[in-house]
Write a protein of this length. Structure first.
Length: 94
């Protein structure tokens, strides 16, 4: 059957924080515990997790769709999120 897939190192996990949730008042909760591994089969470019970007929760809130504009994140180089969220990068050079 299929062989083992090649895994690559995801720098954004080692040098970032993870978005756990977005509230309807646009407040973001970070998940400070990192993933168990930074070796993944596939992932988007690190630029996806470098502010500025807009992140949208795919689960509707009571009154609206939780969405947040992340203009900067001085704590770490990256602020990443799982596939439970949709992200739109806002870099001018792209």
């Amino acid at each position: 059957m299929g062989g083992e897939t090649e895994k690559k190192h995801a720098i954004f996990i080692d040098h970032g924080d993870k978005i756990e949730s977005i509230h309807e008042n646009v407040k973001i909760e970070k998940y400070m515990i990192r993933e168990q591994t930074s070796m993944l089969e596939s992932f988007p470019s690190e630029v996806m997790y470098t502010p500025p970007f807009i992140v949208i929760d795919q689960i509707l809130g009571k009154n609206n769709i939780p969405i947040s504009l992340v203009e900067e994140y001085p704590a770490k180089k990256y602020l990443y999120f799982s596939r439970d969220f949709i992200g739109y990068i806002l870099h001018q050079n792209m």
